[in-house]
Ligand binder design. Structure first.
Ligand code: FES
Ligand SMILES: [Fe+2]
Length: 441
């Protein structure tokens, strides 16, 4: 048993280092699924993914297959993707429309969009006098214990108790406010479909990388330099290079010392914000046209407030990475101790001119998609990290950069001035991990 082998999980986590088994032990992985992913709020999808009654999309929470479905009453429901009769998966496709009701493909039990049993073939004849029938909740599809939506982003918790979604998100809800406020209509719409990447590494390696401000100018330097060369070349020939080159060249021009100018803010539950932004508020005609639309929607002062929000990245533990100024979202779905799925999405700002959407699409394709070297270079390191951690070459993972220099104010841990490359976000995530796992520290 795990408990016998590792008597106290808290021994795995020290303030500035973590045991390698946290990343490689399949039994610790099982406990993580029970105690973190299947208990706290996990992102299911955006309401615009299921606009019409009967629209559904599948979603994995921990080890549980679920369905996000739009009901006739316009509400969204999250149900286990399982027929209560003999356990058949209700929907085999990744997404679709189930029509007026769900109908199991095995023996044709049918269910309402909220999972309630609707009919069983020859129910009276077959089940009269048995415990099975409409009054027995075990004959309906099981619902996620709790479902809440914030500005169109739907989360579910598979535990009856715990913090509300907003209590859980705390300051990290700014990811959704920042994204939606940038839309003149105040909301966003998902762009179907997403990229799906399976990484051969533990899920926490991806999360730790998201706010690792030290790595971009190392890992992505080659891509940044190549883009910068071309950018300069085009600018020389035509007077100015397209903005999309800046998205890549910034990896070379923003050097390590500049990354230190940024700051991370680390919150309870493992959430974290990386401030600073790579100068993406240019004065080109497209931006100016967009600002005009924003002025009309919000007035000048409020527009300034909205566009002045200074965020590069928000990490919502245990499985969401949001880059709100460019409407990017990555959801992390652990599949096994060394196998992680990421779903890479982007959104359209409702009411914004088309060129602003094209900018989000360019960032999606150039920086976050599997087609870009940025993603490939990250993936290579994730795999190599996992390989190294699985070896006997050492027992600990170090998170010591700027340790002891963080500033704690009212439960929020800020990195000190000029310490943006601090490993404070990883320390914060592992501290939260230890708390979730019930060991405290
Ligand atoms: S398993 Fe679904 S109706 Fe039989
Ligand atoms: Fe990276």
């Amino acid at each position: 048993m795990l408990q016998e082998r590792i008597p106290d999980l808290s021994q795995c986590v020290e303030p500035d280092r973590v045991r390698k088994e946290v990343y490689t032990d399949p039994q610790i992985f099982e406990l993580e699924m029970q105690r973190i992913h299947e208990r706290y709020w996990v992102y299911c999808g955006h309401e615009s993914q299921v606009p019409k009654p009967g629209d559904y999309t599948t979603v994995q929470i921990g080890r549980q297959p679920l369905l996000l479905v739009r009901g006739k009453d316009k509400g969204v429901h999250v149900l286990y993707n399982r027929c209560p009769h003999r356990g058949n998966m209700m929907c085999g496709d990744r997404h679709g429309n189930t029509g007026e009701f769900f109908r199991c493909s095995y023996h044709a039990w049918t269910f309402q969009h909220d999972g309630m049993l609707r009919s069983i073939p020859m129910m009276e004849a077959g089940y009269a006098g048995t415990r099975y029938g409409k009054d027995n909740p075990d004959c309906s599809m099981k619902k996620a214990a709790r479902v809440e939506s914030y500005r169109g982003f739907v989360f579910a918790s598979l535990a009856e108790d715990g913090p509300t979604l907003l209590e859980f998100l705390g300051a990290s809800k700014i990811a959704f406010d920042d994204m939606c406020d940038r839309a003149p209509a105040g909301e966003v719409e998902i762009v179907p479909n997403c990229f799906r990447v399976i990484q051969h590494s533990n899920w926490k390696i991806f999360l730790e990388n998201q706010l690792d401000a030290l790595h971009p100018s190392v890992v992505h330097q080659s891509t940044g330099r190549a883009a910068h060369e071309v950018e300069k070349d085009i600018a020389k020939k035509t007077g100015k290079a397209p903005l999309s080159y800046h998205m890549l060249s910034a990896f070379a021009t923003v050097t390590i010392d500049k990354w230190d100018n940024f700051q991370t803010l680390n919150y309870p539950y493992g959430h974290c914000i990386l401030t600073g932004y790579m100068g993406l508020r240019p004065k080109d005609p497209d931006t100016l046209a967009y600002e005009k639309v924003m002025h009309k929607a919000y007035g000048k002062a409020r527009t300034e407030e909205i566009l002045g929000v200074n965020i590069h990245h928000v990490l919502i533990y245990p499985g969401l990475s949001v880059q709100s100024p460019l409407q990017q979202l990555r959801a992390v779905r652990p599949l096994g101790v060394d196998k992680t799925l990421t779903e890479i999405w982007h959104f359209r700002l409702k009411g914004a001119p088309e060129p602003i959407y094209r900018r989000s699409l360019a960032y999606y394709n150039l920086v976050n998609s599997p087609a870009t070297l940025i993603n490939a270079d990250d993936l290579e390191n994730f795999w190599k990290c996992h390989q190294g951690l699985a070896s006997d070459g050492g027992d600990w993972v170090s998170f010591g950069r700027f340790h002891g220099r963080d500033i704690e104010k009212n439960g929020v841990v800020e990195t000190g001035p000029n310490m943006g490359t601090s490993e404070a976000p990883m320390r914060n995530q592992m501290k939260a991990w230890a708390d979730y796992m019930g060991s405290g520290r």
